[in-house]
Design a protein around this ligand. Sequence first.
Ligand code: SAM
Length: 449
Amino acid sequence: MLLPASLLDQLCSAPGFDRAGFLQAHQEAQAPTSIRLNPSKLPPLNDAMQPIGWSRQGYYLQQRPSFTFDPLFHAGCYYVQEASSMLLEQAFVQLMPQDQPLRVLDLCAAPGGKSTHLYSLLPAGSFLMANEVIRSRALVLRDNLIRWGTQNAMVTNNDPEQFRALKNYFDWITVDAPCSGSGLFRKDPDAIEHWSPAAVQHCAARQQRILSAAWEALRPGGILFYSTCSYSVEENEAVAAWMIRELKAKPRSLVLQSEWGITSTDPGYRCWPDKTRGEGFYCCCLQKPDDRVPTFLPRVQKALRSVSKNEMSIVRPWVSSEDALYLLLHQTVYAWPSQLRSEWEACVALLNVIYSGVRIGELLPDKLVPDHALAQNSYLSNTVALVSLSLTEAILYLQRKPFMPSQTAKGWTVATYQEFTLGWINALSTRINNYYPKELRIIKDSLAS
Ligand code: SAM
């Protein structure tokens, strides 16, 4: 791996940089493989999993398995995530109250590593808005949140500028900014070709634009978590210094254990691959001065259309939650937590919301066609029929290939693997119809292909 000489020259001034150790980590060591478990779908642990110090549900794996051919991955039992970036957890649990509902925004969210992580850390009654500006990536983000089984979350597809409309609204904002990506060279050596000092400058200017919009949406006293996977000071400490100078941001510090090997910088924290067991990562926590501006409550502009009593009699047998709001949008029923009604109304009026709550299904005059999201969510009624699949059957199901489970009830049934739900089948007397979404199916034929 030939690292750009201009990067190495730039890094001489970076806090904690050790040229020899850094080169050795890139020449001789591989990026560790790590996952973060979903606390609401906890899969069994095994001896080969080693805890990551700074994240309760984070684990290193000894080898990289084929995640594609593991049904538990598709069931949303874990997220494959780089260990250093799980440092977000320390910031969130150390700086945010754990006993009151919070409004949380993940502004640059796809594919969803930090959104699924934040979601699992939210105090009861909170809500998460996960935004991604690139539409195709926003759809992947939506799919990952559906798999994670989220309920109090929405996915938006907006430019950061549009968040200025939600002035002083969020208690916490994560800006995991697009960056020059040098911190991931070990995982993706092809990215080295695209790196240049000019790309670093370009990214730093874009990071400032994104942050200035995010800052407006943060409530006074709220915390902005800024991170990149770049090593360049220009994209890290220099951007944070600009926030402190221009926006009067106050840096907040964290208590980290020395054995984690994380370098404290001014302001923020760095993970170097020769010191921390993970890839290159920078983060800092910035608080907005509390100048007592009241929290902004946008005016409701878009009234909800809840399902009627009659429609609810069709929906009820499919769902477990009595106290959710059941909303109808273009004949599709969504469930959304009742206590977050005004949040939904405000956000839908101001942003391009592409998914919210839990999609329950399509309402036809006399029946509901259940949605994949419901199958993967705890809103699923426990009276719905289940069929347990073997590993081979589960893979065939996820590939959308023909198979016939040995014992299944007729009609709509949820396919499970090791008790975790995968998706719907509709069992007829001679065959089953597979409703696993086409766009999520496993395309590979086998491990070897
Ligand atoms: N937070 C994500 C996670 O943990 O999975 C990774 C985010 S990635 C580092 C940065 C994201 O910013 C990408 O999804 C990218 O599409 C998005 N992005 C690119 N240009 C942007 C812009 N001008 N404004 C906001 N986001 C942008």
